[in-house]
Design a protein around this ligand. Structure first.
Ligand code: HEM
Length: 306
């Protein structure tokens, strides 16, 4: 425990260094209110962020679970940023990947809140008021992808083998896998859902992808010394993350879409207007963040039989 004079001296130094009078600050401390849970966590703001567009009670479940997902995406991005901005050794690198993995595990296991937690009839009524908005327009989900791997691994499977491995930023943009959900490939015409998304975020995406092209999780892993790259715990954590995001979460999402939008064998149109049955299944997109960590067979079987 530090002595009183120790702390007073440090405070004196701190305020002198910014030309401030310590006594005035001490008086301010005397008058200030103690911090409370509700001020710190901002509960009033948080609990006022839900604005349903209908009176169906289950719309609240839908809004809040999306908000929970966005908060977890933000937690993931914070870990990814720390890896990008530092040169962590294998122990901390592994810890960071495990944190990211755990957040995505939570997102995957909790997806049952969506699948089993809403009344199908209510969902199919309130969702009509949400057209043309779609989870497809989650910008943070795209940032997590740009922050996790190189752009080549996010290119539409149909073009991945023919585009240059060094493709970057603006030229890569039109060929990203998710363009397929919002574009008619014969006419090239984009849906409103995609155009509005790009108008709002395209510049940010290009800036972010330029910044992360050399320091996303995959690039940072490849820069590690050979013995670190061979570390079993790190490889396990990277593979776990890759599989959770690109197969397990995608499947939980796809199964949920089927639950609500495939009624009596008839496929309903999604709010974002994509050909979702094909688009959403991992076996078609074969998105893999860390391709060298999987065998050829594992890659061929990606998303099949799950
Ligand atoms: C009942 C629940 C849900 C259904 C039925 C559903 C359905 C869909 C469909 C059909 C698409 C394809 C695009 C379109 O045409 O709209 C899509 C895309 C997407 N949704 Fe959902 N979704 C649900 C919940 C969620 C949640 C909770 C999130 C979390 C943020 C989310 C995030 C996304 C993302 C990121 C995409 C783009 C995926 C990609 O490009 O592969 N969705 N969703």
């Amino acid at each position: 425990m530090k002595s009183d004079s120790d702390i007073t001296n440090k405070l004196q130094e701190k305020y002198e260094s910014i030309d401030q009078d310590l006594d005035v600050h001490l008086e301010g401390l005397l008058h200030s209110k103690p911090i409370s849970y509700w001020d710190y966590i901002q509960t009033d703001v948080l609990l006022n962020l839900q604005k349903p567009r209908t009176d169906f009670p289950d719309e609240m479940v839908f809004i809040m679970y999306h908000q929970i997902s966005e908060l977890l995406f933000k937690m993931i991005l914070s870990e990814i940023e720390q890896v990008a901005e530092n040169d962590f050794g294998v122990t901390v690198f592994t810890e960071k990947v495990m944190r990211v993995s755990r957040y995505f595990d939570v997102l995957t296991s909790s997806f049952s809140i969506m699948k089993d937690g809403m009344n199908i009839e209510q969902y199919n009524q309130f969702r009509t008021t949400l057209t043309p908005a779609s989870g497809f327009q989650s910008a943070q989900y795209r940032l997590v992808e740009f922050g996790s791997t190189e752009l080549i691994n996010l290119i539409d499977k149909r073009f991945r083998d023919t585009v240059s491995k060094d493709i970057c930023c603006e030229s890569a943009f039109e060929q990203l896998y998710w363009q397929a959900a919002g574009k008619d490939y014969e006419t090239g015409k984009k849906t409103y859902t995609l155009s509005a998304f790009e108008e709002r975020y395209k510049e940010q995406f290009i800036r972010f992808s330029k910044k992360y092209e050399g320091k996303n999780l995959w690039s940072k892993y490849k820069e590690l010394p050979e013995d670190s790259r061979a570390n079993k715990a790190l490889i396990k954590a990277m593979r776990h993350y890759d599989y959770t995001v690109n197969v397990k979460w995608v499947m939980a999402h796809y199964t949920t879409a089927n639950h609500y939008l495939n009624i009596g064998g008839e496929t309903a149109e999604a709010t974002g207007g994509s050909e979702w049955v094909k688009y959403m299944h991992p076996k078609y997109q074969k998105r893999i963040f860390f391709p060298d960590l999987w065998t050829t067979k594992e890659k061929e079987d990606w998303g099949i039989d799950i």
